[in-house]
Design a protein around this ligand. Structure first.
Ligand code: MEV
Length: 411
């Protein structure tokens, strides 16, 4: 049976890790070679992704181990520049085993907004009366989406001021992130909305506040595993975030460390996800996206809920060679499943951050890689990096000048 529990993964060579991932995700030799190349993005592909291409900006791609989500063993690809995030997620997932995370996602309904200026006074009534025609026109733009069970499903109408009204077109985008489908539909129905309302359509664009496309995950950390005092400390750490916006911002940043890293690895639009997450957090005064409580057994119960507009088709997800591989490693078959994974990773990341912050502090976990960074910048190469880093940690002096001195001593 496949297991994401791979003891000592962090100590293995990159070659050994790729061998394990290849087996786990049943990658072909070619796919494993692409991973090994550290450079999946060719010039030609980059050139069709954006304009004015001159190169590529690489990020490290790591694999978080130990995840069980809805009973399935998962290895999680994470692309991120920040030290400790992958290790923290892996560790949080390990402590949640064997139950792991339960996650679910709603139907992939996105909102397209059409702003109408100076509509007639009974515009709302007229729009409702003509709803079917509007939806039909929207659906005529994307026959494939409709054939897959998606498409425009409903309308919402809201007055924003005396002379401004907004129409929300609710579109089931299936396995896409949805911006293209929704924006095309919003633009296509705008002239009809003008005719119906007698007003003028101005903006026609998706909303990133995807309140109908929510993902949730929950987890229980046993007090016998993490310690009773840690349960209490994490509950208090959560209370801090729920009472204070300055803390809530950082609390949510930690959640997004995990979610963004998976979004980037899978070629998803992480700016859209960030915008949606923070707007959602702010709907009733800015709040943490997770909650942590002590349950009746004294264990720690955590939950996350946020909009996750992610796709597994379209955009970079199917063009970028590494994104395609990451989706294969995740083994997700639908966008909903990807959203579930991301919610679970966000929750795990938040647990790891709160546990570290409430116990030994965040810097301890950062030290090793930070020291290695400094050693590298001081000129250490190969084995020297570890030797210099270790010595600086022992001495409690992680500084460039000291790294250079140690380097001279050992050379
Ligand atoms: C650092 O990238 C993330 C944390 O600040 C999150 C948090 O404070 O909860 C550690």
């Amino acid at each position: 049976m496949k297991s994401s529990r791979i003891p000592g993964f962090y100590k293995m060579s990159i070659e050994e890790r790729i061998k394990i991932i290849k087996e786990f995700a049943e990658l072909s030799e070619e796919e494993a070679k692409t991973l090994r190349s550290f450079n999946g993005l060719t010039k030609d592909i980059a050139n069709i992704m954006i304009e004015n291409v001159v190169g590529s900006m690489q990020l490290p791609l790591g694999i978080a181990t130990n995840f069980i989500i809805n009973g399935k063993e998962k290895l999680i690809p994470m692309a991120i520049e920040e030290t400790s995030v992958v290790a923290a997620a892996s560790n949080a997932a390990k402590l949640a085993r064997p139950e792991g995370f339960k996650a679910k996602a709603s139907e992939p309904i996105m909102i397209g907004q059409i702003q109408i200026l100076n509509p007639c006074k009974d515009a709302e009534k007229k729009l409702v009366e003509n709803k079917e025609d509007i939806l039909d026109l929207a659906n005529a733009q994307d026959k494939i989406l409709v054939s897959l069970g998606g498409g425009a499903k409903d309308l919402e109408v809201k007055w924003l001021s005396d002379d401004m009204l907004v129409v929300h077109l609710l579109v089931d985008v299936r396995d896409a992130m949805g911006a293209n489908a929704v924006n095309t539909m919003a633009e296509a129905v705008a002239p009809l909305l003008e005719k119906i309302t007698g007003g003028k359509a101005l903006l026609r664009i998706i909303s990133n506040l995807a309140i109908y496309r929510l993902a949730e995950a929950e987890v229980i950390y046993k007090k016998d595993v993490i310690g009773e005092d840690v349960v209490d400390k994490i509950v208090k750490a959560y209370e801090f975030a729920s009472l204070d916006i300055f803390r809530a911002a950082t609390h949510n940043k930690g959640i997004m460390n995990g979610i963004d890293a998976v979004a980037i690895a899978t070629g998803n639009d992480w700016r859209a996800i960030e915008a949606g997450a923070h707007a959602y957090a702010a709907m009733n005064g800015y709040k943490p996206l997770t909650t942590w409580q002590k349950n009746e057994n004294g264990d720690l119960y955590g939950k996350i809920k946020l909009p996750l507009a992610v796709g597994i088709i379209g955009g970079a997800t199917k063009v970028h060679p590494i994104a395609k591989l990451c989706l294969k490693i995740l083994g997700v078959k639908t966008a909903k499943e990807l959203a579930e994974v991301m919610a679970a990773v966000g929750l795990a990341q938040n647990f790891a951050a709160l546990r570290a912050l409430a116990t030994k502090g965040i810097q301890a976990g950062h030290m090793k890689l930070h020291a290695q960074n400094i050693a590298f910048m001081a000129g250490a190469r190969g084995e020297e990096i570890d030797i210099v880093a270790k010595k600086m940690i022992e001495e409690g002096k992680i500084r460039m000048d000291r790294a250079k001195e140690i380097l001279e001593e050992i050379r």
